[in-house]
Structures are given as C-alpha cells and as structure tokens.
Design a protein around this ligand. Structure first.
Ligand SMILES: Cc1cc2nc3c(=O)[nH]c(=O)nc-3n(C[C@H](O)[C@H](O)[C@H](O)COP(=O)(O)OP(=O)(O)OC[C@H]3O[C@@H](n4cnc5c(N)ncnc54)[C@H](O)[C@@H]3O)c2cc1C
Length: 487
C-alpha cells in the first residue's frame, strides 16, 4: 500500500476502532460504549482477554497470565462496577510476603519492629534507612532503580526488597530499569518530597476525596479468575462489536495530518465531515476495509511497524527496540496439601540467588474459591531477563525446576503429590522500562499530536500492571469523549 492508494470504499464506518481485546482495549471500549459511541474492536486471536486467561479444572481456577492486580487507582473499582463483576479481595489473614535468602524464605517486614529485627537487611542499612528522610535527593533523571535504592536505602535493601519485587513485577533487572519510567511513583516521592519515607507519610496524611478512598492498595482477582472481568466487559460491550481472528491489520490516515497552526474549531469541522482513518484487515482469507474517526492501538510495541505503515523509520525503530522479558508461568494444583497450606501471599527470589525461579505465588491462600477444600494452588514464574534460557527448556526440565521449588525451597513433604502441572510460555511477557523509554514515549506523543484521532496505548507506555492498563484505557476513552461532539 502507498499513501496514494486507491481507497476502496470502506464497507463500514465506526466512530472508534480499538485494536487489541486485552484489558486496555476492553476498558477503552466499554467506557466509549457507555458514552454511546459506535466502537468496534479488532483482535488477532480468536479469543478476548489478551494476556488475561483463566480456566477451571474441577474446583481449581488456573490463570495462564496475570494472577492478581492491585487496587492502586479508582478506575479499577469503577471498571468492576461498570462491568457488573464481583471484585475478589484477599483473605484478611494472609498478609505475609516471603523473600528467599541463604537457602530459606524469610518474612518481608511490614512494620518498624519487624524492620529492625529482620535478618534480610544488614544493621548498617537498617540505620541507613532510619536516616533516609535526611538524605539529599539525586540529580540524575535517568538513574537506575538499583543506583537510586543503593544511594538512599543501602545494598541489602536493594538485594532483599527491591530486587525481588522487580523480579515479581517486571521479571526485570534493577540495574537497567530506569526509576522515573519503571517506578514513577517512587521517583516522584524523592523529587516532590525529598525522601521516600517523608513523602509516603505526607501523602498518607493528605485529605482524600470519596473517589480517592476507593484506592485500597489491596490485591484483587475475580471469582472464576481474572477472565471473569474481561468476559463480563466483553458481554457488556456486545459480541457484535468484536471482530476476532484478524490478520495483516494496517491503519492509514485518510484526510491529512494536523496543520501546526490548525485551530480546534477547524479540526472539529474535519472530524464532523469525513472519517480520518482507513483500516484494512484479513479474516478467513478475505480482505476488509473499514473507516473510523478515531483509532486506538493497544498492542505490543513490536506490532506497530506493521500496524501503522505510515510511521517513519526512527519511530518504528524506537518501538522495535523495546525489550520484553520472557516468562514461563507454571500453575500447579495439589488436591491434598495435608495441612501444609502456606499462610502467605507468596515468595520472591532475588536475581543474584542464581535460581531460574522469579517467584512462587499461593493463589489459593490469598483467595477463597481457587482450590477445593484441603487442596492448594501454586503459580511459579521462571525466566525473566536474567534467565531467558528457560524459555528453550523442555517440559521435563521445567518440571524438574518446579519439583525443586516446591519440595526443596518451600519444603513440602514428599507425601504431598502434584495433581496437575500446566506450563505457559510467554516469549514477550513484560516490557522493560529501560533507558530507551524516554525516546519511545516522545515518539508516541509526537504521533498522537501529529495525527488527529490517533491514540497509542498498551503496556509500552503508562505502566505494565493491570491497574495501569485500566487507568490508561479509561483515560483514552475520556479523552475521545471530551474531544468529540457527536456521541
Ligand atoms: C505471565 C504474565 C504474568 C503477569 N502477571 C501480572 C500480575 O500478576 N499483575 C499485574 O498487574 N500484571 C501482570 N502482568 C502484566 C499484565 O498482565 C499486562 O500488562 C496486561 O494484561 C496487558 O494488557 P493489554 O491489554 O495492554 O495487552 P494484551 O493483554 O497483550 O492485549 C493486547 C491484545 O492485542 C492483540 N493484538 C496484538 N497485535 C494485534 C494486531 N496486529 N491486530 C489485532 N490485534 C492485535 C493481542 O492478541 C492481544 O489480545 C503479567 C503479564 C504476564 C505475561
């Protein structure tokens, strides 16, 4: 195709086309639908949900992607309400998080007394943490998470708190993740308040609106797994609003780019008079052409070159340079745990331990209804940027690691036997917010400013957590609703 292509007359016109039926695209679409927009979603797979996928076997509820989100923005609660989904909150008696050190799991401190008595951190660093509020803020905006934490809290805090946390969230490397991109809230605490501790205390004491009070910081799931949420959203949007199994999707601007001095009034006229986007895609061998006023992409960065052929080389090279951590997720069911149910959320493993395992979650301890009475469910994450080689291991080799994790690391007795073990390979699991992120964000903002009606979302920008995705989808929908007068 070229820019001068003969535009076949589109079969259909939609106000908004969303590419990708993961949680970001679904959140965008449900809010737009609610506002009365004519929205349509194109999805290359033959299922809805993206990385979220749950299934049931007997009384076990397995996840092959994310297991749990965190309610760290009100948009999460609002999405559950809007989609009529029950929010599953964690068992109140399960609060402990475990960290692997010197061949055993230790409890991560959750208060001052535990912080002083824990053997995870050195005495030097415990005193160092007490002095954190008085330490000078850093001046390097591109400081890595590792450098920032070593500077403010000390090496043992990096090794046994932040490093395992980053293994769990990013499957990433603290030395290469850049704080202002990967952990912007932490970065802003130092920038705005001069200290993490001082900033956290001040923020905790700020008055909160009713909406802000919805932010419990608790973890969440849904009764039959997280897919209950994406399924409910899809039902609310309506089956007729999805085209699944699309291939070779390309998006072209029809009209023109925004003129640098174009007034809002003129831009509005364009949006009212003619569509701005032509979209082509193939389903079952047949090519389709549709048009729209707005286009929202929510795919991985590596898909954008093909999806947006009009984008110049520098921008697509920047999108292609985004590194993704590979992750293998293994879900293990045990129908008789013989009283060895772990009373914890899960255990995380620092990268320097040499273990290929990033962490082990105990979903049936966190949430009721994930396993039958007397049984247990474990989710083990392997690989990440430190151990990409695990992606090429055979199922047998992976099973060997899982046996080591359950029987040697978690110390389950041999008479506790595994019922089922499901292995899910994610070659491009988690985008790494490294030093090239600033350039990627710049190109995204430039393209959105240059092409009217174009929104580039997905987890290449705005955070990788489920709450980040829900917040971004809501923000994009609100921006479209605000900029438009015809729905
Ligand atoms: C193994 C794993 C575990 C995780 N665990 C957690 C967790 O516990 N907690 C948490 O908060 N986050 C977790 N995450 C991260 C979180 O799941 C993701 O960031 C989030 O689900 C991404 O949602 P999304 O809609 O942006 O992208 P996706 O879910 O990837 O959806 C994008 C959709 O776009 C479709 N698509 C791509 N290209 C095209 C195209 N050309 N045409 C049409 N469709 C296209 C894809 O098929 C996909 O359905 C985890 C991720 C993984 C992989």
């Amino acid at each position: 195709m070229t820019n001068n292509m003969n535009i076949a007359s589109p079969e259909k016109h939609y106000q908004v086309i969303v590419v990708g039926a993961g949680i970001t695209g679904l959140t965008t679409a449900i809010h737009l639908k609610e506002a009365g927009a004519n929205v349509h979603i194109l999805e290359q797979k033959d299922r809805i949900g993206g990385q979220i996928a749950s299934f049931r076997e007997g009384d076990f509820v397995f996840e092959s992607g994310p297991n749990t989100g965190v309610v760290n923005c009100p948009e999460v609660i609002e999405l559950f309400e809007l989609s009529d989904t029950k929010l599953l909150t964690p068992n109140p008696n399960v609060k402990r998080r475990l960290i692997w050190k010197n061949n055993q799991f230790h409890q991560l401190p959750s208060n001052m007394v535990q912080g002083l008595t824990t053997s995870l951190f050195t005495w030097k660093d415990k005193f160092r943490i007490l002095g954190e509020p008085w330490r000078k803020p850093g001046s390097n905006p591109d400081e890595s998470v590792a450098d920032l934490v070593r500077r403010r809290m000390g090496k043992s805090f990096l090794d046994y708190a932040i490093n395992p946390f980053l293994s769990g969230v990013y499957a990433g490397n603290a030395e290469t993740l850049i704080t202002r991109y990967a952990l912007p809230k932490l970065y802003n605490l130092e920038q705005d308040y001069g200290s993490f501790i001082r900033g956290a205390i001040k923020k905790a004491h700020q008055p909160k609106s009713e909406r802000e009070k919805k932010v419990t910081k608790e973890i969440f799931s849904a009764p039959n797994g997280l897919q209950t949420l994406t399924d409910s959203i899809a039902t609310k949007i309506g089956k007729e609003c999805f085209t699944l199994g699309t291939k070779d999707c390309h998006i072209w601007p029809i009209n023109k780019q925004k003129e640098p001095n174009e007034t809002v009034a003129n831009a509005q006229k364009v949006s009212e008079s003619s569509p701005k986007w032509l979209i082509s895609y193939v389903v079952e061998g047949e090519t389709h052409y549709i048009s729209s006023d707005y286009v929202v992409t929510t795919t991985g960065a590596y898909q954008l070159k093909e999806l947006l052929p009009f984008v110049d080389k520098e921008a697509t090279e920047s999108f292609d340079s985004l590194r993704y951590a590979p992750v293998i997720q293994v879900a293990v069911s045990i129908s008789d745990i013989k009283g060895h149910t772990p009373l914890s959320y899960g255990g995380l493993i620092p990268s320097h331990s040499g273990e290929p395992t990033l962490g082990i979650l105990f979903p049936s301890s966190c949430y009721t209804g994930k396993a039958p009475d007397g049984g247990a469910l474990f989710t083990v994450f392997l690989g990440g940027v430190h151990h990409p080689e695990v992606l090429n291991m055979s199922n047998k080799e992976i099973e060997k690691i899982i046996h080591h994790d359950l029987y040697n690391m978690l110390n389950l007795p041999k008479e506790v036997t595994i019922d089922a073990l499901h292995i899910f390979r994610h070659r491009k699991a988690i985008p790494q917010y490294e030093i090239n992120s600033g350039q990627r964000f710049k190109y995204i903002h430039q393209l959105e400013a240059q092409y009217e009606g174009l929104y580039l979302g997905g987890n290449m920008i705005g955070g990788i957590g489920l709450a980040d995705r829900i917040k971004q989808g809501t923000t994009i929908a609100k921006a479209i609703i605000k900029s438009n007068s015809f729905f």
